[in-house]
Design a protein around this ligand. Structure first.
Ligand code: GLY
Length: 300
């Protein structure tokens, strides 16, 4: 028997991880725990970068990306640019059982969800619509860069049977072009898990995270024998430097890493909050702040 553990990006994952911890404590599966935790974030209107309440694209439409990976079978399911779907993570989980057609986008994904009976919902909250109207005005009047906000929820779960799962869900960049897809539903970039090794998930600017396939790279380094601590921050530092050299600047990048025994670490180049829950230790929210070349982590 293993000791269960979960880690999730941003403090918005707290309530979901708290509920999902009870599932794992009772011997439930990592898949059920990760799906439950992410649904909780998707359903909460207060979070402006995931699910209902997520900020829309430049046409004022909420387009959502999500993914699910089963660390036992390596099965992946993902949806991208889906509208009017209440819980994209559940659709992604369902798709992870498919041998073919496991990654669906736009209308095709919506059609699949509808045929399978997944709940439909207009995902634009009144508050998100107000922010959209305000931003549109600011962009025109003040010539501001439109892009803002891209905080993906990514959660890695390990259950008592040693099974590991990772899931992600996001509304992506505020004011993105219709059809834009970030790293979150892209295997190896936004997420990767192999329960014989461990898992990883990223949040930040998808366009930059994808250039390094950072989640896969983290798991690959674990397979070579490095610990999450030896991987997470060095990987972000190394890749940020590479981007600075090649393109002048690196976007926001944060990664969570957990090995098959529940040992965890994070790496980041921006202030980053995250949540960890482990058997016998309980749940905690942490804040990582960047101070020059050092990243300090404290419990909040
Ligand atoms: N990391 C989420 C996105 O860029 O869409």
């Amino acid at each position: 028997m293993k000791k269960w553990a979960m880690i999730g990006t941003w403090k918005m994952s707290y309530d979901g991880i708290d509920k999902a911890s009870a599932v794992l404590e009772e011997g439930g599966s990592a898949g059920d725990a990760v799906e439950l935790a992410i649904r909780q974030v998707e359903d909460c209107p207060d979070f402006t970068s995931v699910g209902f309440g997520g900020l829309p694209n430049e046409l004022g439409e909420v387009e959502l990306d999500a993914a699910y990976m089963n660390g036992k079978t390596l099965g992946i399911g993902a949806v991208a640019a889906v509208k009017d779907c209440k819980n994209p993570i559940s659709i992604a989980r369902d798709l992870s059982n498919e041998k073919f057609n496991c990654f669906l986008v736009g209308e095709g994904a919506e059609r699949f969800a509808s045929l399978k009976g997944f709940e439909k919902k207009n995902m634009l909250s009144p508050e998100a619509n107000d922010q959209y109207e305000k931003r549109k005005k600011e962009i025109i009047e003040e010539n501001l860069s439109p892009y803002d906000g891209h905080d993906t929820v990514g959660i890695i779960g390990l259950d008592k049977n040693g099974h590991m799962v990772v899931g992600t869900s996001t509304s992506g960049l505020f004011m993105k072009k219709p059809g834009r897809v970030g790293d979150s539903p892209i295997i190896g970039s936004g997420f990767y898990v192999d329960e014989k090794i461990g898992g990883a998930s990223c949040t930040g600017l998808g366009e930059d995270i994808m250039k390094g396939c950072l989640s896969y790279e983290a798991v690959r380094r674990m397979e070579e024998g490095l610990s999450p601590k030896e991987i997470a921050q060095p990987l972000v530092d190394e890749f940020s430097k590479k981007l600075e050299k090649r393109q002048g600047k690196a976007g926001a990048i944060s990664i969570i890493v957990m090995d098959k025994n529940g040992n965890w670490a994070i790496g980041t180049n921006v202030e980053f909050s995250f949540v960890v829950a482990r058997e016998l230790e309980g749940i905690g929210t942490y804040l990582a702040s960047v101070d020059g070349n050092r990243v300090k982590i404290h419990k909040i």
